[in-house]
Design a protein around this ligand. Structure first.
Ligand code: NI
Length: 137
């Protein structure tokens, strides 16, 4: 098990009350676990500011499959890109719409550019990228 150090933090009463209320709502068992997650989240964001950071991501989007050439473009992109595409999943939502989830691995900057390119294509109605650094603290 990792070595743990105890620290003391001074906070304004109101700020602590709001924090306690928030973490209770989210289901945290204690303050330590919530603070650990906050620190981890900030460290991850900091890491991802550097474009060369090794990262992985999911790019999820909903699109109209009647939109011309969208699938062709996406397939070409998945085959040709320098990024490693780990997998993709396709879900038929209804008569018109499909959802695609692509899992990518590579430098954070390239992942973001690829995601922006995908999500800006004609026919894509909603989309989101979840980007994480490969090194997790
Ligand atoms: Ni479909």
């Amino acid at each position: 098990m990792e070595q743990v150090e105890r620290i003391g933090i001074s906070l304004e009463k109101d700020l602590l009350a709001l924090f306690d209320k928030m973490i209770e709502k989210q289901g945290y068992p204690n303050r330590s676990e919530a603070v650990r997650d906050l620190i981890r989240g900030q460290l991850s964001s900091e890491q991802l500011l550097k474009p060369s950071t090794k990262a992985f991501a999911t790019v999820t989007f909903v699109y109209n499959h009647h939109a011309t050439k969208l699938m062709e473009k996406l397939t070409t992109l998945q085959h040709s890109h320098l990024l490693q595409i780990i997998c993709s999943t396709h879900v038929h939502l209804d008569h018109d719409y499909c959802m695609e989830i692509i899992v990518l691995k590579g430098p954070a900057g390239k992942i973001s550019k690829t995601a922006d390119y995908i999500l800006s294509q004609k026919g894509i109605k909603l989309g989101k990228i979840s980007l994480f650094p490969l090194k997790i603290h």
